[in-house]
Design a binder for this molecule. Structure first.
Ligand SMILES: Nc1ncnc2c1ncn2[C@@H]1O[C@H](COP(=O)(O)OP(=O)(O)OP(=O)(O)O)[C@@H](O)[C@H]1O
Ligand SMILES: [Mg+2]
Length: 270
């Protein structure tokens, strides 16, 4: 008999999260009562000023930091369990590639480490790696070692390592921070193509308003410390569901939301 899996509207539920750090003997409240639901297969960007607590929030969601109060459920289990069950892919601006492995092997290693059963087919894994390297424009770099690559390329390899995994929640902390503007624009399009072929639930922290709008189904704006959610925007004219339309960052819809986010960031953080 088949076991019925429970379906969740939201892949990730963040409930009443509050967190403080002890900074030089003083308890500083980073955020207060944060509640967010991240819909299955949606891309949500989080945008807010430096030091507001975005990385801390991602670390709590990924189970690396235990919050003071509140909790996180990922597909119905705690972050810690989700980590153990290998349901989370995390990319930060620090690429974390293994220096003694070339690009291909760094990506392949992720598949090896995240294998959920004893069964594995090396040919299948290798062609999967080649496919993701191709989708991210990295095939020509596959035999290079991290020390031979620029920071931007390393960052793309780090993205490839997370994207090669199926059925994981992706938590991306400024994964394009080191890229030049044109590469960044191209990568946005590549990512949207990848997500339209293979939808995932993605949380993306970025400082780039254009990027947040172009990539996302939802954009969440955070205020200054203690951080609160100022506003959540639903974007229905860009993102992976509108690949057929050229995303024009000068459209009226784009400009309205862009100005709105900009004004909120100025207003709440000045
Ligand atoms: N381990 C820690 N111990 C004490 N304070 C910390 C620690 N980690 C972060 N902080 C402080 O918490 C605040 C939020 O840090 P965090 O890195 O989460 O912000 P952020 O929004 O990701 O910033 P940025 O946009 O610069 O990446 C900052 O003031 C930082 O100094
Ligand atoms: Mg950060």
């Amino acid at each position: 008999m088949k076991t019925k899996m429970k379906k969740y509207d939201n892949d990730i539920e963040v409930c009443n999260l509050t967190h403080s750090y002890n900074i030089n003997g003083k308890l500083v409240e980073i955020f207060r009562e944060i509640n967010i639901g991240f819909k299955k297969d949606s891309i949500t960007s989080i945008i807010g000023p430096n030091g507001v607590g975005k990385t801390t929030l991602l670390n709590i969601i990924a189970g690396f930091i235990v919050p003071d109060t509140g909790n996180v459920r990922i597909r119905g289990v705690s972050s810690k369990e989700a980590c153990t069950q290998k349901k989370i892919g995390f990319v930060s601006h620090d690429h974390g590639l293994l220096p003694w492995m070339n690009v291909f092997d760094n990506v392949l290693l992720t598949l090896t480490l995240n294998r959920k059963s004893n069964y594995h087919n090396l040919d299948e894994d290798e062609s999967k790696v080649l496919q993701i390297l191709d989708q991210l424009g990295l095939v020509d770099w596959r035999y290079y070692f991290p020390y031979q690559l620029s920071k931007g390329i390393c960052q793309r390899v780090s993205l490839a390592r997370a994207l090669v995994l199926d059925d994981v929640i992706l938590i991306l902390d400024e994964p394009m921070a080191n890229l030049d503007e044109l590469t960044r624009e191209k990568l946005r399009y590549d990512l949207l193509k990848i997500f339209s072929l293979n939808p995932r639930t993605v949380i993306l922290v970025t400082h780039n308003i254009t990027e947040s709008i172009q990539l996302s189904d939802f954009v969440i704006v955070l205020s200054n410390q203690p951080a609160e959610i100022v506003k959540s925007f639903e974007i229905n004219f860009a993102g992976k569901n509108n690949l057929d339309k050229v995303i024009v960052p000068t459209s009226v819809e784009f400009n309205n939301i862009n100005n709105n986010i900009r004004d909120l960031l100025h207003e709440k953080n000045s």
